[in-house]
Design a protein around this ligand. Structure first.
Ligand code: EPU
Length: 309
């Protein structure tokens, strides 16, 4: 969205272990702590945020599971899913990648690089994510999704830093992710193992093209936004209308506050037309929420995260 101010301390760990050390240091000092992924679904308040932000941008590593080095091999010869690191690139044996179609991604892996890599390896099942910005950690934390499904559909195991500062590996069954929410609470995502479907590359490319075309037609993809502002309400309450359609039906597209405007293309996006302040964006969100509640009786819930200081 390109709004918001500064933070007192910004830390950039490069490995899961460094992330853990940074988290422990902040907790020991009792400093307010926030984790920043790609910032794609986030509105940061104007001014100075107290405490620490840990950015995952330098933890941008993605590798095939058979390149992982610190796990043991079990008696069946399969890689132990506890393998979370790899040698620097170039050391991956040229085995048939379809034999074990899994990737290990650290929290800062960008979703676009995940989609590209999966395509190059012939790993299907993630092409619906095409065109979505942000990082893997943030995407898993909020269970990003759309018509194609959710990020957790591909996640087999997630490595988190728990409330005690220890690494903990959790399966999908243990986490029970929900709609735009992974139920991880205060746990911080360090890395994840994802499983794909071996798929012919041309088919993946075709699906990517179609998904991108559909998305570009209805979303303001080239403008500054924070993605969908509201969660879609329970279809039973809204008669099957999503948040975007409700905002649209209430005649709020194009409504603005300073340089913040409800996108004329899709009612669930607010775009920054130039020099919007976080205050403008937040006030516009409140206005839209109130008007929708007044006109339809439906209370929209926020999908975007807000850091209010
Ligand atoms: N619609 C309108 N007016 C609008 C916007 C939408 O009438 O201003 C109608 C559309 O014509 C369509 C229906 O509402 O019939 C649904 O719209 P759309 O296909 O755009 O999907 P959505 O439910 O609004 C969801 C996700 C998006 C994701 C898309 C496509 C949520 C809250 N949103 O949107 O996710 O990109 O599906 O898969 O789940 C995000 O999470 O940031 C996000 C953008």
């Amino acid at each position: 969205m390109r709004v918001g101010g500064r933070v007192e301390w910004f830390l950039e760990p490069t490995t899961p272990e460094e992330l853990r050390s940074a988290v422990i240091s902040c907790r020991e000092r009792e400093l307010p702590l926030r984790i920043l992924g790609g910032g794609a679904n986030l509105i940061i308040a104007d001014g100075l945020l107290p405490g620490v932000v840990i950015g995952t941008g330098r933890m941008n590593r993605l590798f095939r599971i058979d390149a992982a080095v610190d796990g043991d091999t079990n008696p069946e010869g399969e890689q132990d899913p506890g393998a979370w690191s790899a040698e620097p690139s170039g050391r991956v044996a040229p085995a048939d990648p379809s034999i074990d179609p899994r990737l290990v991604g650290w929290a800062g892996t960008t979703l676009p690089s995940l989609v590209r890599t999966a395509r190059d390896l012939g790993y299907g099942g993630i092409e619906g994510v095409v065109g979505i910005p942000g990082h893997l950690g943030g995407g898993i934390a909020m269970n990003a999704g759309g018509r194609w499904g959710e990020l957790w559909d591909r996640v087999e195991l997630v490595r988190v830093i728990d409330e005690q500062g220890e690494f903990l590996d959790l399966t999908r069954e243990q986490v029970q992710p929900g709609y735009r929410n992974s139920n991880l609470g205060e746990k911080i995502i360090a890395a994840a193992i994802m499983r794909f479907e071996p798929t012919p590359k041309p088919l993946i490319e075709q699906r990517m093209r179609e998904n991108l075309r559909a998305k570009n037609a209805v979303q303001p993809v080239s403008e500054r936004s924070a993605g969908c502002v509201f969660k879609n309400p329970d279809p039973e309450l809204s008669g099957g209308r999503g948040a975007g359609q409700l905002v649209d039906d209430c005649g709020l597209k194009g409504r603005s506050m300073g340089d913040a405007m409800v996108s004329p293309l899709h009612g669930n996006f607010i775009v920054n037309r130039g020099s919007a302040l976080a205050t403008d964006v937040l006030a516009l969100i409140d206005q839209v929420r109130e008007e929708v509640a007044q006109q339809t009786g439906i209370q929209l819930e926020l999908e975007v995260k807000r850091w209010l200081g």
